[in-house]
Design a protein around this ligand. Structure first.
Ligand code: ADP
Ligand code: MG
Length: 447
């Protein structure tokens, strides 16, 4: 329509006037048979007012009906209004494209997350294996695949890796990665704009749906039902579904039980925090991309400082790089790294600042399902002595309390007992994954 308007104008209007008045004008939108046209100034508007023939002729030719027009000049419209008008136009254009083209799905995938650059470790081994299996035979192995675990442990990375791998094997596969929040937003927008057909067309014809962070799924009825129906449609036609969450399905209070129970038709698998070796491997890979030289003792230092999750590990490395660059250091020694991480640690320490011996004892007792009085009392069977050692270790590690004071807090024990406990747990931390895991899990309760 707009092209036709300009063609007609070119034919009928002197070229000087065309270039000055017509060419710079923009079509903002066509709503209710009215073309909204943006012109340079109110002076241009006067000129356009006399061009009703142009618009109505083009309207009849293109749409077969009369089109009226409204004029907006740039000096009258606020930038906000302008944005609103042209936004609508943009959306109209894309939605009409959707019905024309066969499958213009935005995959939402980030190509930088692949299996190749995902480091395997004891905390993610099974989940990685499941993800690879799913990417290899989508719909045929674990369906749905439900991955859960704490923040920054690689859930989103693995989802993208699955999507990227499937698209590499089969470039025409219909793949979509979407956060639960965006799924909800898409749905709400589609209902508001009467575009449910296009929404369902997109989501229900997928070969692979990657739905991230389902704990953030809205608990509104309509959205939940839509999700349920999408899930069923995809599942029934054998499309692969992958979901992630920070908790196990049974703890998802925002979703319906009938949906949650379907999650267990496939495989539920978890990711836990990376151990020291995995952290080192991740740092090695990430530091290779840097222009700086990282000796392994520096990486080892960083890996020892940051044990919570991979995102923080990356953040720490970035911070060290930043400080090294700022100081024109090319070979990053431990001194530089510790300087860079000091402020990070002081932030972490803030959350530890209201931590007390009592709080640590409470959490440890709860974690091992024993009573507080047993924890600090005289009993010595293994089920109690071990948690007691863990608690002593944590008090020493997190609060730096003196050995005699710790002894006092644990029913008046001798400081050599505390020292022995500390040494026991430190040694086990180096070799026993279960102990590392316990300590990690308990520590996390304090952050
Ligand atoms: P989550 O979704 O579990 O919160 P992400 O997938 O966003 O975590 O991971 C956070 C960051 O850590 C990302 O940059 C990701 O690439 C990286 N990462 C996590 N786990 C690994 C791993 N095993 N190997 C390499 N990088 C990882
Ligand atoms: Mg994530």
């Amino acid at each position: 329509f707009w092209t036709r308007v300009k063609e007609l104008a070119q034919k009928n209007i002197k070229s000087g006037a065309y270039e000055y008045f017509i060419d710079p004008a923009q079509l903002l939108s066509i709503e209710n048979d009215t073309a909204n046209i943006l012109v340079e100034s109110s002076f241009h508007k006067d000129y356009w007012r006399k061009q009703s023939d142009l618009i109505s002729t083009a309207g009849f030719e293109v749409f077969g009906k009369p089109i009226s027009y409204a004029l907006f000049s740039k000096d009258e419209l606020s930038s906000h209004e302008l944005e609103a008008l042209s936004d609508e136009f943009q959306e109209e254009k894309t939605s009409s494209k959707i019905s024309e083209q066969a499958t213009p799905i935005l995959t939402g995938l980030n190509g930088k997350y692949t299996f190749e650059n995902f480091v395997q470790g004891p905390g993610n081994r099974w989940t990685l294996a499941a993800a690879v299996a799913v990417a290899d035979k989508p719909g045929d192995t674990y369906n749905p695949l439900f991955i859960y675990g704490g923040a920054g442990l690689g859930k989103t990375h693995l989802m993208h890796a699955i999507g990227n791998e499937i698209l590499t094997d089969n470039p025409t596969a219909k793949v979509k990665y979407v956060s639960s929040e965006n799924f909800v937003n898409d749905y709400v927008n589609a209902t508001r704009k009467n575009q449910m057909e296009s929404f369902e067309h997109t989501y229900r014809n997928l070969d692979l749906l990657l739905l991230d962070d389902v704990q953030f799924f809205s608990d509104k009825e309509g959205t939940k039902t839509e999700f349920f129906n999408t899930f069923n449609t995809l599942y029934e036609k054998g499309a692969q579904i992958v979901l992630t969450s920070d908790r196990i399905p049974q703890e998802l209070n925002n979703l319906e039980e009938r949906l949650v129970s379907r999650f267990s038709w496939g495989l539920t698998t978890d990711i836990t925090a990376p151990d020291y070796e995995t952290r080192m491997a991740i740092l090695l890979i990430k530091s290779e991309a840097s222009n700086l030289d990282f000796p392994s003792e520096t990486l080892s230092y960083i890996a020892g400082q940051i044990d919570s999750n991979v995102r923080e590990l990356e953040g720490a490395l970035n911070r060290v790089e930043f400080v090294a660059n700022a100081n024109n250091v090319t070979r990053v020694d431990i001194e530089t790294a510790s300087q860079a991480l000091r402020s990070l640690k002081s932030q972490a320490n803030q959350s530890l600042s209201n931590l007390t011996v009592k709080r640590i004892q409470d959490e440890v007792a709860k974690y091992y399902h024993i009573s507080l009085s047993d924890l600090i009392g005289p009993k010595r069977p293994k089920e109690i002595a071990f948690p007691r050692q863990i608690a002593m270790y944590l008090v020493r590690e997190l609060l730096g309390t003196s050995l005699p004071a710790i002894g006092n807090a644990f029913g008046g024990r001798d400081h050599t007992t505390v020292m022995y406990a500390y040494k026991q747990i430190s040694d086990k931390m180096k070799t026993e994954i279960d102990v590392q895991k316990d300590i990690d899990n308990i520590k996390r309760k304090f952050l």
